[in-house]
Design a protein around this ligand. Structure first.
Ligand SMILES: Cc1cc2nc3c(=O)[nH]c(=O)nc-3n(C[C@H](O)[C@H](O)[C@H](O)COP(=O)(O)OP(=O)(O)OC[C@H]3O[C@@H](n4cnc5c(N)ncnc54)[C@H](O)[C@@H]3O)c2cc1C
Length: 553
């Protein structure tokens, strides 16, 4: 089979490259290894960080190139891959314009999503982060069931998708009639959906982004194959000229006139590569999609490519993850984020019974790894868990009994008893809790500043005073959930240039070979957590766009 372009992988990077190349008149085949399109992008919140994007004016923000440059210089410093950062800043706004004008992708600028390091020069309190507009999955026809389902533990309980706005309405349903009406309408739509579909069709977050890109790819005439893993690259006359794919049990060679794009989503699902690049690999729980086992990087390296040899500040975007083990041996993973960590009345302690970080900070999990606090324990009292939930226990204490029977958390009627069960020093834990309780009264966390940053307070409980993130722990029984290290993405990838071309050991582009998304090394040198919400998908879409354009030129 002969095509202009073969794209390998169907997340933000691969789909965007395919759409842009096809919009430019190229004949494109996209192959996806698993049954489902969307990869980790389909699990994600879907935020895309794009400085100077054309939509930020709608929420009252404006940006300057120099401001973004000084912000990045301050946060990322010398770990930045300068050529890639420049290409990202040059092309991010054009990528947004292209998708708005020539695809089904729509973005919503986020007024309240601040950059993660607000003290750095050039930071902005909103507007740079774009969320995907919700999407009606029914518009995909039969392809709806081919979109990878979101994570129940992250934003889709029972397959009902809750983006930030929808979640607010559900949480406020008992306080505001307007929220009640919206939440009730969502439920009715969901119940109707479930008569015909495997899950709700009102898509939000990364799932909406994937669905919109998939619809755009179909509209642009991209040929889409799922359950079709790329196995190896075809190299002839000093260039990559095609790819070998397994489809319906047969190996097929596909020739690509212009080039092959690797967008297989990095390697976090591969235990061997985790051992090589991740600390605490024996306990690590990755949140990425199961197909992301490093195939793109491996195939490229067989064709002479190299991983970027410069070390990254972090080899992954770390997450604090608790697990629930089923009787059948299955493991469900819950990332701890905005639902519990920043709320008033919970703290995270290490094996010594001491806090080690600001639980509300975006880079909390980094501190967990940096201080060797793996495992760590999330501690709260009965009042807290009944109000906010914790991990697999949902707000209003929903599923508390079920999780207790499943052994998800440790419970005791006193802090001393809790410490005993966890094997940590009772005196230390009591001191830590007493200190937290004093901070809750004064409203100032003298140790780690929880609730000082605006972003912390937005994620806390606005109705709680004096500090929306600090609350006393005192109503027995007491609970502890064990958290280990996990990741949202790997950051180590192939060495690429400003056109997304994959480079060989001597730094020269390998003709016909491109990489985007997590198959390429992070432009931020692994500083995504300190940078901004959307530091991965913004880059994946932008380099997908750059590659699509370059293939067409
Ligand atoms: C819960 C969660 C929330 C997140 N939220 C955000 C967020 O809001 N903003 C943000 O910027 N980042 C977020 N991230 C990270 C972000 O989702 C990823 O970094 C990004 O989506 C990766 O995109 P990608 O296109 O590189 O890979 P993916 O989206 O993972 O796509 C890769 C695809 O390639 C396929 N593939 C693998 N091998 C082969 C092969 N041999 N042949 C064919 N196909 C293959 C895979 O099966 C997969 O479908 C989040 C991550 C998680 C887990």
């Amino acid at each position: 089979m002969l095509k202009d372009v073969v794209v390998v992988g169907s997340g933000a990077a691969g789909l965007c490259a395919a759409v842009v190349a096809a919009n430019s008149g190229l004949d494109v085949l996209l192959v996806e290894k698993t049954r489902y399109f969307g990869g980790t992008t389909a699990f994600a919140g879907g935020g895309s960080w794009i400085p100077s994007n054309p939509l930020m004016g709608q929420v009252g923000y404006s940006d300057r190139r120099e401001a973004a440059e000084s912000y990045i210089a301050s946060v990322v410093g010398s770990d930045a891959r300068a050529q890639l950062v420049k290409a990202f800043l040059d092309n991010g706004p054009a990528m947004v314009e292209h998708l708005l004008g020539r695809s089904e992708v729509r973005f919503v600028p986020r007024a309240l999503m601040a950059d993660n390091s607000m003290n750095a020069p050039g930071s902005l309190a909103g507007g740079r982060s774009l969320g995907p507009a919700p999407y009606d999955g029914r518009l995909l026809g039969p392809y709806f069931e081919k979109v990878r389902a979101p994570l129940a533990e992250f934003n889709a309980p029972f397959g009902l998708m809750l983006g930030p706005l929808e979640l607010q309405h559900v949480l406020n349903a008992t306080k505001s009639f307007a929220s009640f009406r919206i939440a009730a309408a969502m439920m009715l739509r969901y119940l109707a959906d479930r008569m015909r579909h495997s899950r709700g069709t009102a898509l939000t977050s990364g799932n909406a982004l994937v669905a919109r890109l998939l619809r755009s790819a179909l509209n642009a005439g991209v040929t889409l194959w799922s359950e079709a893993p790329a196995l190896s690259l075809v190299c002839e006359d000093g260039r990559v000229s095609g790819v070998v794919v397994r489809r319906e049990g047969r190996e097929t060679r596909i020739d690509a006139r212009r080039g092959v794009v690797l967008a297989t989503g990095g390697f976090s699902a591969d235990p061997e590569l985790r051992k090589k690049y991740y600390a605490h690999a024996d306990r690590h729980q990755s949140l990425v999609a199961e197909g992301n086992t490093g195939d793109g990087q491996r195939m490229a390296m067989q064709a002479g490519a190299v991983r970027d040899e410069r070390p990254n500040a972090r080899n992954g975007y770390w997450a604090a993850v608790s697990t629930l083990r089923g009787r059948d041996g299955s493991v469900r993973k819950c990332p701890h984020l905005f639902m519990d960590l920043p709320k008033p009345g919970c703290i995270a302690v290490n094996a010594s019974g001491r806090r080690f970080a600001n639980e509300a900070a975006a880079d909390f999990a980094n501190a967990m790894l940096d201080t060797g606090s793996v495992p760590a324990y999330l501690i709260c009292d009965h009042r807290f868990i009944n109000k906010y939930g914790m991990g697999f226990v949902w707000p209003w204490g929903l599923r508390l009994g079920r999780m207790r029977r499943a052994g998800y958390f440790t419970i005791a009627s006193t802090l001393e008893g809790l410490a005993g069960k966890l094997g940590i020093d009772a005196g230390e834990l009591q001191n830590t809790v007493a200190r937290n309780n004093a901070f809750a009264v004064s409203g100032r966390d003298e140790d780690f500043g929880k609730g000082e940053a605006k972003a912390d307070r937005l994620a806390g409980d606005a109705a709680h005073a004096p500090n929306p993130c600090l609350g006393a722990i005192g109503t027995p029984p007491f609970y502890a959930v064990e958290m280990v290290s996990g990741d949202f993405s790997s950051t180590v990838g192939l060495k690429t240039d400003d056109k997304g071309r994959v480079l060989d050991g001597a730094g020269a582009p390998i003709a016909g070979l491109y990489a985007a998304g997590l198959d390429a090394n992070s432009p931020w040198g692994g500083h995504e957590a300190e940078l901004a919400h959307g530091g991965f998908i913004g880059v994946a879409l932008t380099f997908g766009y750059i590659v699509g354009r370059h293939l067409a030129e």
